[in-house]
Design a protein. Structure first.
Lengths: 126, 126
């Protein structure tokens, strides 16, 4: 399973570099060779290869050697595992903040009549 | 905006550590003090403080000092920016793979009759 602790460490570590994210953006449009991945980046081929190795180590990228060319492709399962972890935490905290907002609105009275309209409900002084 | 390159670098870097992810899991249930965050982790308070600083630097966590206690809370906007980046790439590649699957199914004939049923369409030899 990709959502094991060590795998998420590597996936998030791989995502933490802007050059590697650029490579993943390219691969989201389809497979590419290592040299194609390096083209928009101002770095040596050796540096590009190292980044590709980090991406492969994380499971985000798979590569296959056909003749003299190594072709890389994006693995959606690794993206899903990272997205799932974030989404679970985000949903929990948003739900909590929604409930807190509702509670505050209830205890403060109707949300339409806030501090801008401070007329008390029993203002009849006849 | 949180989806700037440097911010995503820091957000993914912050997410790459299992101890920091444990802190974020705790904070997704509601605010907590620094010492509460450190309780399940086998590390010194100084190390916990350092991790909290990384989380604050990434924008994932905000903290506020009330009296002697620093209370931390989770910032859903930073989670959303990371989730959004991943989700965009994942959607693109999944769509591409779906189209590729459809193309292969079309060129191979009906998906129900695959290589297991290789009868040619003009096999009438009468």
């Amino acid at each position: 399973m990709l959502n094991q602790v060590a795998d998420l460490d590597r996936v998030f570590q791989a995502l933490a570099d802007p050059g590697r994210r650029l490579m993943l953006e390219r691969l989201s449009e389809g497979p590419a060779s290592v040299s194609e991945l390096g083209r928009p980046l101002a770095m040596s081929l050796a540096a590009v290869v190292q980044h590709v190795q980090v991406l492969e180590g994380s499971g985000l990228v798979r590569s296959q050697k056909l003749g003299r060319t190594r072709t890389c492709s994006l693995n959606p399962a690794a993206l899903r595992s990272a997205e799932h972890w974030i989404s679970e935490r985000r949903t929990l905290i948003e739900r909590r903040l929604d409930r807190l907002g509702e509670y505050l609105a209830e205890t403060a009275g109707s949300p339409d009549t806030g501090p801008a309209d401070p007329a008390p409900p029993d203002s009849s002084t006849s």
